[in-house]
Design a protein around this ligand. Sequence first.
Ligand code: G3H
Ligand code: ZN
Length: 286
Amino acid sequence: MPLTTTGELVTRARAARTAVAAFNIITLEHVEAVITGAERAAAPVVLQVSENAVRFREGRLLPLARAAVTAAERAAVPVALHLDHIRSDPLLRQAADAGFSSVMYDASHLPYHENLAATRVAVDRAHARGLWIEAELGEIGGKDGRAPRDAHAPGARTDPAEADAFVTHSGVDALAVAIGSVHAMTTRTASLDHALLERLTATLDVPLVLHGSSGVPDEELRAAVAGGIAKVNIGTALNQALTGAIRAHLGAHPDAVDARAYLSAGREAMARTVERIVTGVGLSPA
Ligand code: G3H
Ligand code: ZN
């Protein structure tokens, strides 16, 4: 199936009052597992590569991007590529040629006016290249191993009036909102501020994105989707599945040396995680 675009998947999901799943990929095994899991669930999916993942790949975007494009073109479900949490202009410039239809520009660590100014520049650059662009207002904690902010600290949650002005003046296509989820949680115990989400949905015209979804239980994710979230970002859950399966395999086979054996176990565990979340939450069913 030809590569599709994130904008198309999010627009279709939103019109159907559901959300598209977006999984973070780091290795070829992540790429294959996400596509296999999405095919089993018969759901479209976004493969997203964070700036951190590019850094892990020694600053090279293309090797993973080319693999993802090739795998996506052979998938039985629609697949789009998205660059996630970027601040790098060179990465933004490479995105379209590397097969990405969208980026998430993250200046949310900056004070409001600086976030707006930086995002507006990124929006102009992205739109000039035909890219759909998401930004973040309020700060969704837990990035880069940092402890989450106090949820009641000023600016920790997305303020609806501020978000309305931010969307209008930046021209973003979608907004990541801080409503209680936190990145990199390894327990599914987060509870979301559904009253705030209702106000954001009533105020904003653009699709809303939930980050840090690994720590959010299925019922909370279902309520968030019903409340207007149109893109659900998941990363840590895949790495928990991968690492757990490899640890179990090596524990049971202490003399193992063939990487294919434990990587197969890890890849299958990630594919099952994708299928379970997508079907359990009812994300973009076919
Ligand atoms: O942008 C990526 C997501 O927000 C992933 O968050 O690793 O906590 O699931 P997570
Ligand atoms: Zn995120």
